[in-house]
Design a protein around this ligand. Structure first.
Ligand code: PRP
Length: 181
């Protein structure tokens, strides 16, 4: 099936406002519970690239923020339902005793995040939280607690602001619905 770019679901202005709000929530919690410590923001590529870039720039210079990234890919259709993912690029640094926030563009079935959380939890971080720009709660197959959520969305295929269709349209500034043609 082929798709075209359809209606805008969230404009760039709505995204910008919400990303700054999320950043301020993270900042507030961090100052309250972890003052003086390091905050490691972990982007899961490729979808989170644009979101994390905007998110971290609103955190403020008085917080000791570090960035790291993981590249993951699913093993294939047979194992897709298990959520087991292959780590293509792991974190550069150890996270033991660190405060970690995983940053995703979207949580859908929850399988990827659930698996990622289990991997990273075993590395004994001091704290481990989840921040996702979009959340499709109605598609959930396994429960995932999202500490910081940008927008709840219906079960629609969305593109833009990091989200792709076959590698395309990640660069769109707005989040749009992709429609079959
Ligand atoms: C998307 C998203 C999550 C995953 C969520 O990644 O970034 O990693 O799917 O789906 P789930 O909740 O059903 O497991 P995708 O595989 O599209 O890769 P990308 O980030 O490179 O676009």
């Amino acid at each position: 099936m082929n798709y075209k770019i359809g209606d805008i679901l969230f404009t760039r202005e709505q995204i910008s406002t919400r990303v700054i709000e999320l950043s301020q929530e993270i900042r507030k919690d961090f100052i309250e519970f972890h003052t003086g410590q390091e905050l490691l923001m972990v982007g899961i590529l490729k979808g989170s690239a644009i979101f994390i870039a905007d998110l971290v720039r609103a955190l403020g210079q008085d917080i000791d923020v570090r960035l790291d990234f993981m590249v993951i890919s699913s093993y294939g259709s047979d194992t897709k339902s298990s959520g087991v993912v292959r780590i293509i690029k792991d974190l550069d640094a150890y996270i033991e005793n660190k405060n970690v926030i995983i940053v995703e563009d979207i949580i859908d079935t929850g399988l990827t995040m659930s698996y990622l959380l289990s991997i990273l939890q075993r590395r004994a971080p001091s704290s481990l939280k989840v921040c996702s720009l979009l959340n499709k709660e109605e598609r959930r197959k396994v429960p995932v607690f999202v500490d910081y959520c940008g927008f709840e969305i219906p079960d629609k295929f969305v593109v833009g602001y990091g989200l792709d269709y076959s590698g395309k349209w990640r660069h769109l500034p707005d989040i749009c619905v992709a429609e079959p043609v």
